[in-house]
Design a protein around this ligand. Structure first.
Ligand SMILES: Nc1ncnc2c1ncn2[C@@H]1O[C@H](COP(=O)(O)OP(=O)(O)OP(=O)(O)O)[C@@H](O)[C@H]1O
Length: 745
């Protein structure tokens, strides 16, 4: 009895672990599995008892193995069909994930008495290899704290995950040990525990992987396929008080679980972008996941209800649904917003990881939002949609044309209002602080407000960038939104950038009272500086659970009443106009010029009397107008505004540093170095291929590879270390930079 072949990249099943405590009352053995066609069911529904808050709904998975079904049956039904593909040259993956103590290790490794899937599979592979005259090798590794360790060597040693010129992953330092018999494998596999106990490492949660390699002929021959078994560390809510694991460690583990789930979702939903780079684990297994390779995801569920298991089931169901939807409509590609998750119960109301990037570094500042990344400057349509999404949560958005703007009068009275529900304290706080920030004219031109509300019921994280000016257009809402029943809104946003509109433009949209309804118990609004992580609430968002959820198409989101449709059109036109201005004039200026700008900035800092102006060619019309407006509002000279605009915003220099010329100089040099590196990376992330080739050390091959990397991940180079992905050593990277920077002076 073998499972039906499926075209889905990821098959999602569950495995129910029997209750380990016989004293547990029958009522708490709450899981119930509905198989409409018995063992032949294509989809099954799993639910917990109605007595558990928010868990009355059922979740669909591809199949569920109950406690009376053996590991051998899972092997026969699920894994045997995959084994043959390994001999055809494909990679396959079997991943066990779930809450802590849900039976993952028991399922994958088992015990010497009761074999787990990896051992049973190895027996099958060994016998097939023997028949065919092929060889089998094994690697065993652990991933903890974003580091991969080889645990087959004499001592635990770090494995480097390198990406070759063709994008192929190389695991440098991962041992491959030939295996000839099952007992040999068992000695290796079960011997690991002893090895672990001998080490003085503090106990850490980790993911453990067993990679079985099949090669044609002898062990040194060409590799055929690989079979990966992954025993993921257990998910656990980091807010638990009684855990024996440190909250930071839990958060880290959960983040990598989310990253894996995001990859599984993207693969199953056939998305064009798969976020492999969000964790070391997914990055190292990229080659095993992609293409037509198959993955079996087994969600381990203890029979007793637990919030953590419930959450894992919820996410597994979503991955499964994504696959069904992709199969039903293969032509329709998902994008970021389409991945928004709608959760219809308010049982927990936390944003889900599928909507949240596992990489908090991705949060970006205003400069990047507005001037650099075309992908982050969204169209008016999505800006308007962003409002609609807010509107879903009882948000009232009123806008009107501001004729004053067209006449070019200085703006003094309008202020952005961010209002909560009348009952919340957050409303007053947000409004009050926004006003204060505006009055104080933070950073001369912009006030950045970071909004993070959190409660046991919902968490809201977002950043707002607000200008002093009275007129606003929302230009970036690259946010995934989780909608809740009961009028709660939970969203994770990189930035909602609000840009000033200038008099020369034909129409202006003013947010007269754009209100975000936060049904929260605590709201904190803090001004933050650009250089810092704008999104401190990201982690708490990651650590989220949600009740019943379904994937919605972005167009499925029901809209709010837009009070003035002409206004919306004007808003769209205006943002389009702005964007075109931005794009046309800022397209990939040569790096040397941008570095030159930085150098000039440094000079202008060192000599306050010499005002700096960026080369006319690289000023956008919008930025010029912006500067003029700012200068009009603040009374400072437009040259000074240029200077403010072009330098990387940072905290002001402490006075004790300023009083020593050497310290001042060295602080500025460090700043320049940081900025130059930043510019260099930005250039790599954005420049056209031909421009890339102008860099020293970047030829046709590397430029092509960089462009390919960018197709996979919009911003592949976040640190200089990422240049190793294009085959450069640390020494080469340093050499390149030296050459590039040396030319400026
Ligand atoms: N199918 C099963 N039958 C009997 N006992 C089981 C089964 N699955 C798990 N157990 C028992 O449950 C306990 C926890 O199992 P296991 O260690 O596999 O959980 P885990 O999910 O790997 O835990 P962690 O999250 O800490 O890695 C063990 O004592 C194991 O023997």
């Amino acid at each position: 009895m073998e499972t039906k072949s499926t075209t889905k990249a990821v098959r999602v099943v569950a495995r129910v672990r029997p209750s380990t405590d016989p004293a547990v009352e029958a009522s708490s053995r709450s899981i119930s599995v509905h198989k409409p066609n018995g063992d032949e069911s294509q989809t099954v529904s799993i639910s917990f008892g109605a007595q558990f808050a928010g868990s009355k709904d059922s979740y669909k998975l591809d199949y569920c193995y109950e406690e009376n079904e053996t590991t051998g049956l899972i092997l026969t039904k699920e894994i045997k069909p995959l084994i043959s593909t390994v001999f055809e040259g494909k990679d396959t993956n079997v991943i066990a994930l779930g809450a802590r103590c849900s039976g993952k290790t028991h399922l994958i490794q088992g015990s010497e008495r009761e074999h787990g899937l990896a051992v049973l599979t190895m027996a099958e592979i060994l016998s097939m290899a023997e028949e065919r005259g092929d060889s089998v090798l094994v690697s065993i590794y652990e991933v903890s704290q974003e580091t991969v360790y080889d645990i087959l060597g004499q001592e635990k040693r770090v494995v480097s995950v390198l990406e070759g010129a063709q994008g192929k992953i190389q695991l440098k330092g991962l041992s491959k040990v030939p295996v000839k018999s099952l007992s040999e494998f068992q000695n290796i596999y079960f011997g690991l525990k002893k090895f672990q106990k001998l080490t003085s490492d503090p106990p850490q949660k980790s993911h453990r992987g067993v990679m079985i390699h099949v090669t044609t002929g002898n062990v040194d021959s060409r590799s055929l396929g690989r079979m990966n078994f992954l025993d993921m560390a257990g998910y656990e809510d980091s807010r638990k008080q009684n855990s024996d694991v440190a909250p930071l460690e839990i958060t880290r583990i959960n983040k990598s679980i989310y990253a894996l789930q995001n990859v599984m979702y993207a693969l199953n939903a056939n998305e064009s972008h798969v976020p492999y780079r969000e964790s070391k684990l997914t990055r190292m297994l990229k080659d095993c996941f992609r293409g037509c390779n198959k993955t079996l995801l087994i969600t381990c569920l203890p029979r007793e209800y637990s919030q953590d298991s419930f959450y894992m089931l919820n996410l597994a169901s979503r991955i499964c649904l994504g696959g069904n939807r992709a199969m039903a409509n293969t032509t329709k590609k998902n994008n970021g917003l389409a991945r928004s998750i709608s959760s219809s119960s308010a049982a927990q109301g936390r944003p889900t990881p599928l909507a949240v990037s596992a990489n908090p570094k991705k949060q970006t500042g205003l400069r990047e939002n507005v001037t650099e990344k075309k992908t982050k400057i969204i169209t008016a349509t999505s800006a308007i949609k962003g409002r609609k999404l807010f509107g879903e949560a009882n948000v009232s958005v009123k806008s009107k044309v501001n004729s004053k703007k067209i006449e070019g009068k200085p703006k003094t009275e309008g202020k952005p209002k961010i209002e909560g529900k009348p009952k919340t304290e957050g409303k007053a706080k947000i409004e009050g602080k926004a006003k204060t920030a505006l009055k104080k004219k933070i950073s001369t031109t912009k006030a950045v407000l970071n909004v993070h509300t959190s409660s046991s019921e919902e968490e809201v994280c977002s950043s707002f960038i607000v200008t002093e000016s009275q007129s606003f257009i929302v230009t970036d809402s690259q946010c995934s939104v989780v909608e809740e029943e009961k009028s709660t809104v939970a969203f994770s946003s990189t930035a909602v950038a609000v840009e000033p509109v200038t008099d020369s433009q034909s129409s202006v949209v003013e947010e007269e009272s754009s209100a975000l309804a936060f049904s929260s118990t605590a709201v904190a609004v803090e001004p933050v500086t650009y250089g810092e992580e704008i999104f401190p609430g990201a982690n708490s968002c990651h650590d989220a659970s949600a009740d019943r959820a379904e994937i919605v198409e972005k167009d499925d989101i029901s809209s709010v009443t837009v009070e003035d449709s002409t206004l919306v059109n004007e808003g769209e036109n205006l943002v389009k106009a702005n964007n075109s201005l931005l794009f046309n004039e800022t397209a990939s200026p040569p790096l040397s010029l941008r570095l030159q700008e930085l150098s000039n900035t440094l000079k202008s800092i060192c000599k306050p009397s010499t005002q700096f102006s960026a080369p006319e060619k690289y000023q956008t019309s919008l930025s010029k107008l912006h500067m003029e407006e700012v200068s009009e509002l603040s009374g400072i000279t437009s040259e000074a505004v240029h200077s403010v605009e072009l330098k990387t915003p940072e905290k002001s220099m402490p006075s004790n540093i300023a009083c020593s010329p050497w310290k001042t100089f060295s602080a500025h040099s460090t700043k320049l170095k940081k900025s130059a590196v930043g510019e260099y990376l930005k250039f790599l992330n954005t420049a056209e291929k031909e421009d890339l080739k102008k860099l020293k050390g970047i030829g046709e091959k590397r430029a092509t590879y960089i462009v390919e990397l960018r197709e996979e991940s919009p911003e592949p180079f976040k640190t200089l270390d990422d240049l190793k992905d294009i085959g450069l050593s640390a020494k080469q990277i340093k050499g390149l930079l030296k050459k590039e920077m040396g030319d400026i002076f």
